[in-house]
Write a protein that binds this ligand. Structure first.
Ligand code: HEM
Length: 423
């Protein structure tokens, strides 16, 4: 136990690693949210019945009859949402400070697995209330799996254990959400902490001077305490002010309009509206995952790690790339929505070519043009170039996600956010 505690917190840490701007305490925040999820999840489990006939009523009972039932449900819901957002921000900070290489390679890979686990924890939990929102959001998301080549349909029916969502799906999702995934998450988080220590703590920029080691108590613990208090205040305020969503009981014969995937899959759902499903649901996500996993294994020049954005030119090119990617994504969405339907325009060609290969080539052409006319002139190093590609992907992903959440209204048509919110 002593060894575990010392791995969480050694007696002394490098004073340079205490600078708040280095990590913004995001990893610690994620850890606190995991604990909050587990505690509130255990409480919810006392009342929840994982059967379609009872699940919805058990949530209503919890909401209306159990003292603090609604509040605990809200905290569980909001800490899940914040965990995903904060883990994503932590992933960005690790990338932009170059803390994914050398000694931290494996931890980066396990971090990616953690991020996926958090997505699946959120997703499996989404179905449990068995209301209209849950039922149809999970239906469209699992339909996306059906688009995968060859194995798609059998994978979809295996995951939902039938042709459509049913009592077995709820049982499976419940077991994954309350047992398998939380257990894996806890094991991986402990391993993740251990690897941070093994790498010598947080990455700090190289310095000619000897590192100054200071005691963890009070130097680090005091800062962590303040961050934890602020985070708890935010989550509890959200829990008190905004209820976790609950619509009417699931009705498999009447779908919602629009039928949207949960917000973290809104980007993929938006992609599906513009690309052939094979490209949107398989090729593009697979390329992104391979790129992220390969990042630590590329050969880079000797550069100071632990510094935000590597250099001034790295920062400038990242900002320009983000602007370019945002404009390109918005332009592409509007063009495809109102002016140019490649599938109709190139009609004799099969859908996979007209709506898959052709827009993919156009995207690569736009990226190559941006590289040739702008990035090449900046004489970037290899890491700065990799950083620009990363920024491009993340910006497209964020813009697609925001479009799916805030700009898709009735019949999934583009609409203004206030009209979408009123639905
Ligand atoms: C439940 C989710 C996670 C928890 C609880 C967590 C926790 C932590 C903590 C406490 C630290 C050290 C301090 C800090 O950076 O704030 C850390 C560092 C690190 N994390 Fe995470 N993390 C999570 C997810 C991720 C993800 C998604 C990635 C990336 C794909 C990642 C990669 C790393 C790496 C490479 C380090 C070392 C950074 C350095 O040395 O500067 N982690 N994590």
């Amino acid at each position: 136990m002593r060894a575990v505690l010392l791995h969480l917190h050694p007696r002394k840490v490098n004073e340079a690693s205490l600078d708040f701007n280095r990590s913004f305490g995001l990893g610690g925040m994620a850890a606190l949210l995991v604990v909050l999820q587990l505690l509130t999840g255990i409480l919810l489990r006392f009342y929840y019945d994982p059967f379609p006939a009872e699940a919805y009523n058990s949530i209503l009972f919890l909401k209306n009859q159990v003292i603090f039932g609604q509040f605990i449900r809200n905290i569980h819901y909001w800490s899940g949402v914040f965990l995903l957002l904060i883990a994503f921000l932590h992933f960005l900070r690790v990338f932009f400070t170059g803390a994914y290489r050398d000694l931290r390679k494996t931890n980066w890979l396990f971090g990616l697995v953690l991020l996926l686990l958090i997505v699946f924890l959120n997703f499996t939990g989404y179905l449990l209330p068995w209301d209209q929102l849950a039922y149809w959001a999970v239906t469209v998301s699992t339909n996306i799996i059906g688009y995968l080549p060859l194995v798609g349909e059998s994978l979809r029916t295996t995951i939902i254990r039938g042709n459509e969502l049913n009592a077995n799906t709820l049982q499976s999702f419940y077991s994954f959400h309350t047992a398998v995934l939380p257990m894996l998450l806890v094991i991986l988080v402990v391993y993740h902490f251990w690897k941070v220590r093994k790498a010598g703590g947080l990455l700090v920029p190289p310095s000619k001077e000897e590192p100054v080691m200071v005691p963890v108590v009070p130097n680090l613990v005091f800062k962590e305490f303040i961050v934890a208090l602020v985070l708890l205040a935010v989550i509890f305020s959200f829990g008190a002010l905004f209820n976790a969503p609950l619509l009417e009981k699931a009705n498999p014969t009447y779908s919602l309009n629009p039928t949207k995937a949960p917000w973290y899959f809104a980007g993929v759902q938006e992609l599906l509206m513009h690309f052939h499903p094979f490209v949107a649901a398989f090729i593009l996500p697979a390329c992104v995952v391979c790129f992220l996993a390969a990042l630590p294994y590329l050969k880079y020049e000797e550069e100071p790690n632990g510094v935000w954005f590597i250099s001034e030119s790295g920062k400038r090119s990242s900002i320009s790339t983000a602007k370019f990617a945002a404009l390109l994504t918005i332009f592409g969405i509007l063009l495809n929505e109102y002016l140019l339907d490649l599938e109709i325009l190139l009609q004799p060609l099969p859908g996979f070519v007209s709506n898959g290969i052709v827009p993919l080539l156009l995207l690569l052409l736009a990226m190559a043009g941006f590289y040739h006319f702008f990035l090449k002139k900046q004489s970037l190093t290899k890491s700065e170039l990799v950083q620009a590609i990363f920024v491009f992907i993340m910006t497209c992903f964020v813009v697609l996600t925001l479009t799916g959440i805030f700009f898709r209204g009735k019949d999934m048509e583009l609409s203004l956010p206030w009209n979408v919110m009123m639905l």
